[in-house]
Ligand binder design. Structure first.
Ligand code: UGA
Length: 434
């Protein structure tokens, strides 16, 4: 199959490279000259394990190419995937669809007959209808289909998620679009990954419902973690105790500093907006959003309380991990931002280290001393707080840490350590929900 991918952001680049790896011929198009130049030079503009090799391999095999020119890419294509950004619109949280609609308008006069335009960007219910309307307006004679094919990739595990998905959701309103998408995903169905076919609106909503449900699981276990602290239970026991029930499932039940990233915060807000537009209140999701917002800031207070509260001017805290989760350089809506700002508001100096996120962090966090490694950050600090679960923080040399910290306060917002190990070395240990 010949595929054009519009947008070489996270979803576009990963999907484009994986489709090429399936054996399809893929052309990725982007308006950003510097991005295309970088990709043509073999540089990958995002941090995603394994992506550079996958891109290089498929470029070398002649199956994957990059261009700025839509008119060069579109002739003869079977499917065009729209994978442009849908950020939260300022003010109302609605997904900003201007890039999606602009892409539809621009491609319309260049599309070949029989093409399937597939929305891969996360878009609210009804966006496919509008894309169809725009293309029909711009190219009244064209025969085409518009489909929805939401993405369920996790940053840091995107290639594996793409190649071994729990399911592939396709939203189609006609048989031709269904057969083209079936053909594109045939390599996966051979591996027995189920292809779930439904209406276009169903697929659009499935994406938001999935992210909102996962966010709800996290919000739920975080609140149970708070209760565990009050009643003297360990949330890890509760997580396991409920997660083994197959109706609940054990994943996404890890308490922490709150969810962040480019998806859950944005998508939960956009779903709420859709609920309002259709006068169908989503009270549960509203509570999850509010609970998560409070939690992020609350994690800063947790560290402040560990330091004993009061006037903390002149104190220093070592923050380990800044990205919203491990294995990414993404700082968007990272809980670390709220934690660092809460500490700074209390007059506390922050020394920080993150294996991949410091360049991005510098754009959003000022007055932080960025360090070369975790031990440099701890040197002379009054407390240590682990915010992101990077592997390099899982086996710190506790004796060395003891020699570096002024006060032996160890706050572990990801529950990476066993209380007895840390307390055994002489620290005061504060985890989450324990
Ligand atoms: C999420 C979904 O997991 C993907 O399925 C989806 O495709 C993607 O959004 C998207 O819409 O594009 P992602 O944002 O990359 O993926 O990250 P997750 O691994 O889901 O983590 C999100 C946040 O939840 C992180 O801050 C993480 O630390 C937090 N989390 C996750 C927890 O606090 N506890 C958990 O048990 C799991």
């Amino acid at each position: 199959m010949r595929i054009v991918m519009i947008g070489t952001g996270y979803v576009g680049l990963v999907s484009g490279a994986c489709f090429a790896d399936f054996g399809h011929e893929v052309v990725c198009v982007d308006k950003d000259q510097s991005k295309i130049d970088a990709l043509l030079n073999g540089e990958i503009p995002i941090f995603e394990p394994g992506l550079d090799e996958l891109v290089a391999k498929n470029v070398a095999a002649g199956r994957l190419s990059f261009t700025l020119d839509l008119a060069e890419a579109l002739p003869g294509t079977d499917a065009v995937f729209i994978a442009v950004g849908t950020p939260s619109r300022r003010g109302d949280g609605h997904a900003d669809l201007s890039y999606v609609y602009a892409a539809a308008r621009e491609m319309a006069p260049l599309l070949p007959d029989g093409v399937v335009v597939v929305d891969k960007s996360t878009v609210p219910v009804g966006t496919g209808d509008e894309v169809e309307r725009i293309i029909r307006e711009e190219a009244p004679e064209l025969s085409f289909s518009v489909a929805s094919n939401p993405e369920f990739l996790r940053e840091g595990a995107a290639i594996d998620d793409f190649k071994r998905p729990d399911r592939v959701v396709i939203g189609v309103n006609d048989a031709h679009a269904e057969s083209v998408l079936e053909e594109i995903y045939r390599p996966l169905t051979r591996n027995e990954s189920p292809l779930v076919s439904m209406s276009r609106r169903g697929a659009e909503l499935t994406k938001y419902a999935a992210n909102a449900f996962l966010a709800t699981k996290i919000g739920f276990i975080n609140e149970i973690a708070d209760l565990c602290e009050k009643v003297g239970a360990d949330v890890r026991d509760v997580s396991k105790g409920i997660g083994l029930d197959s109706r609940i499932g054990n994943r996404f039940l890890m308490p922490g500093p709150g969810y962040g990233g480019s998806c859950f915060p944005k998508d939960t807000l956009a779903l709420l907006k859709t609920g309002q537009d259709y006068e169908s209140p989503l009270r549960i999701v509203e509570s999850v959003v509010a609970s998560n917002d409070q939690r992020k800031r609350g994690m800063g207070r947790k560290v402040i309380n560990a330091l004993g509260g009061g006037d903390l001017h002149g104190k220093t805290v070592a923050v380990l991990g800044l990205t919203f989760k491990a294995n990414t350089d993404d700082m968007r809506d990272s809980p670390a931002i709220s934690v660092v700002q809460a500490l700074q508001d209390a007059g506390i100096e922050v020394k920080a280290y993150d294996p991949e996120g410091m360049e991005q962090a510098k754009k959003v966090l000022s007055n932080v001393t960025y360090c070369e490694g975790p031990y440099e950050a701890m040197d002379g600090a009054d407390a240590l707080v682990i915010v992101t679960e990077w592997d390099t923080f899982r086996a710190l040399d506790l004796d060395r840490v003891k020699g570096l910290l002024k006060d032996l306060i160890f706050v572990d917002l990801r529950n990476l350590y066993s209380r007895s190990d840390v307390e055994g070395t002489g620290f005061k240990y504060i985890g989450v929900g324990r």
